[in-house]
Design a protein around this ligand. Structure first.
Ligand code: HEC
Length: 387
């Protein structure tokens, strides 16, 4: 089996990566609001948006002897060399205070989140007196540095993201009160009022340099501090309890396909879907699949990595590797592996034989994100329903 932890002998230098470099020595002076004309996504960004999901993997980098990475973020290679390891994913984070792109790849991280352009500039104009409040400025800068340590920044910072001038949805690099670039809904996801588990759960903070995404949309090393900052922003906007409730009720609509995938009730397989008596897997769509699961009846739906793609009750899971060709319906049998696929469940050997007369759940995805092709139960031994 391929190992997902790759060890590279590289010395990454953030300053050479092409991203804007911040001056760590000078305290950031608050700047007045600037209404940018944001550029639409470049060809490079569009190409990344058009590519499919890269399954999360950890990558390790050897450290220089005089590195300043905190001890708890350093791991030892098999050869005993000091390394820093990072999840190559939107939710992956570098050690606190280190920009994501010192080790992380935006090209990879950007395949693992919402891939489209939405105006990133100001959505509202709150009083600017906070820019004269040193406490607010300090917390807002801390927030920025937390965000800049993680893969989220690739899409959400026009100054230190993937590309100078590019951001989508909101802009951590905006001048003035940069939090004014959030929508009200966005602020509620950042404060944790709105549960964003369905966006993929969270890496174990112990493997993600202490960054925890279990309580707020942003991974953070300090959950109470992050929540308090965004609570403050909600208060500054003057959102009432009633308005907050109304926004929470918009969750199914706002998260749309992801919400449906995550919560929908599994139905009995319909015409053209299920596993046939000879073991062939079918889904009722002309789209080819990258992820195929057979699970025990009653298992939870399959949702996005890093946390939600391995529900309990998986009997068999086959992934098409990044460079592999997706699989057409009716061409794959239960327990079979093909070229450029990886059987993740069971990790080795054959899956348990399906038992005639037993009900199972079939879950098939074109890709992660809201792209499921089947979520249905079948009785093994019964023929696939025909028109
Ligand atoms: C590939 C680009 C991309 C990456 C990477 C990315 N996002 Fe986003 N994000 C988007 C897009 C596109 C939207 C708009 C979604 C929508 O409106 O449905 C968005 C919306 C948001 C919003 C709502 C903003 C608002 O004010 O309404 C938040 C909050 C957010 N993202 C947080 C994150 C976090 C946290 C991460 C990292 C774990 C992240 N994003 C990574 C593309 C990205």
């Amino acid at each position: 089996m391929r190992t997902l932890v790759v060890f590279l002998m590289l010395t990454p230098i953030a300053a050479l990566s092409g991203c804007a470099d911040s001056d760590d020595t000078a305290p950031a002076e608050p700047t007045p609001r600037v209404d940018y004309d944001y550029e639409p996504p470049s060809e490079d960004v569009s190409a990344i948006f058009a590519s499919h999901y890269t399954y999360p993997y950890q990558e390790c980098f050897d450290l220089e002897a005089d590195h300043s990475i905190p001890e708890e973020s350093v791991t030892l290679s098999e050869a005993g060399d000091e390394q820093v390891c990072i999840w190559q994913n939107a939710q992956g984070c570098a050690p606190s205070g280190t920009p994501f792109d010192a080790y992380g790849s935006c090209e990879v991280a950007m395949t693992t989140s919402a891939r489209f352009y939405k105006f990133p500039g100001y959505k509202t104009e709150t009083p600017t007196d906070v820019l004269d409040d040193p406490e607010w400025v300090k917390e807002a800068e801390w927030m920025r540095s937390e965000l800049r340590a993680c893969g989220c920044i690739c899409c959400h910072d026009s100054t230190q993201g993937y590309e100078q001038g590019f951001a989508t949805a909101f802009d951590v690099g905006a001048q003035g009160v940069w939090t004014d670039t959030f929508t009200d809904f966005g602020l509620l996801t950042a404060s944790g009022h709105i549960d964003t588990t369905l966006l993929g759960g969270s890496f174990d903070p112990a493997t993600n340099h202490g960054f925890d995404r279990n309580h707020t949309i942003f991974p953070t090393t300090d959950v109470p501090r992050m929540k308090a900052f965004f609570e403050g922003e909600i208060a500054r906007r003057g959102l009432t309890e009633e308005q907050i409730q109304e926004l929470i009720e918009q969750v199914p609509f706002r998260f749309a396909g992801l919400y449906t995938n995550y919560t929908e009730e599994t139905q009995p397989c319909g015409v053209g879907e299920g596993v046939s008596p000879d073991g062939t897997v079918h889904w009722a769509s002309a789209s080819d699949a990258r992820y195929v699961y057979v699970l025990e009846e009653g298992s939870a739906n399959v949702a996005d990595p890093p946390g939600l793609d391995n529900p309990e009750g998986m009997l068999w899971r086959l992934d098409v590797l990044y460079d592999g060709t997706p699989i057409p319906s009716g061409t794959l049998a239960y327990g079979e592996t093909l070229e450029d696929t990886l059987q993740r469940r069971p990790e080795s050997g054959e899956p348990p034989a399906l038992v005639e007369g037993t009900t199972y759940k079939l879950f098939v995805l074109r890709d992660f994100g809201p792209m499921r092709l089947a979520n249905c139960t079948f009785v093994y031994g019964d023929p696939i329903a025909e028109e």
